[in-house]
Design a protein around this ligand. Sequence first.
Ligand code: FES
Ligand SMILES: [Fe+2]
Length: 390
Amino acid sequence: MEQPSSFHPASPILDFCPPSLPARWYTDPAHFQREQREIHARSWIHVGRVADLPPLVLRRIEIAGQNLILVKDDKGVVRCLHNTCRHRGSELCQHTEQKLKSKLITCPYHEWSYDLEGRLVRVPHVPETPGFDKTAHGLFSARVKLWNGFIFVCLADDPPDFASLPDIGADALNNWPMESLVTGHRMTSVLQCNWKVFWENYNECLHCPGIHPTLCDMVPVYGQGVMSASEVPGWTPEAEAVSPLKEGARTWTRNGQPCGPEFPGLSQAQRTAAFTFVTLMPTMYVVAHVDYVRAVTVRPLSAEQTELVAEWLFPAETLAAPGFDLANVVDFAATVIREDGAASEMNQRGLRNARFEHGTLMPQEFDVFNFQQWVRRKLGEPLVTRNTRP
Ligand code: FES
Ligand SMILES: [Fe+2]
């Protein structure tokens, strides 16, 4: 297919219609395990906000099927340790959260104790034994990276360079006071779909006209089935940037008005853009508005189940201001997230059909294509090119 001449060469619109991923990759438990190993166990995974992790509390988390402990010491250092005792492998932390009685992690089985760096410090009820080296029996640890108040963990011993993870750059949110923002609302849901279905839906707006009436009213360009003006025929890079929001609106709230003072450090371009999306594949995306920030975390549970956690982050003063209307902020995006969730589940149900082997992407689905190429690359599968025959 030739690229229609009305699209500028700098437009991201595709000039061919690539095949999408094999349908089996969305339903097959063995393929899911392969993705967990090849993708999630080797990526930086978002596991929560630093401010939401109390010090000296063990929090049990799971990444790619691995049972882990997250802990923050009294100096604020966050660590991630594997939840397995070096004696005979018992689980150390048995609860979702467990307050420490001291600065030691003590195994509930035979009471070996470790400090918060994972060093073995006590082996009670056992005589001094020649040949047993405590220093060789520390807990296994995973890498931790803090970014804008979010905690990321990577299971790999050779983690990828974190700076290359945020799609629009690690500095993208520097003008927002990210670390001091407070979680004002959290919405957790379990979607009956594969994690890739959610991300594919995130990566296109071709569904927006049919699925998101309220969002299309707020962001009129979405009503054309595209994510930005650069995908509209006739666009040129010289075109003056204008707010994508409807007239009079400043942000994603029910009434379009900011829920508190706008962040003072934003550039004029960031104010005009009204919202800035940062994607950290495969684990989360952040949407920074002029008055608040939203973070959505995508956690695969099984081949056909995905947990979604949406968090709304505010300056503490905004939350405490008299008359602050949380529902005015939360309802808008919560509706969009529910609509996307329902669309993803609908997609998943259809994907199970034995007649459907793979789909075909349309030119506006360039970011779905980019995502699928990324998945293929992570799995060591051949990439699709213009000449690939399905
Ligand atoms: S398994 Fe932990 S002390 Fe024995
Ligand atoms: Fe959507």
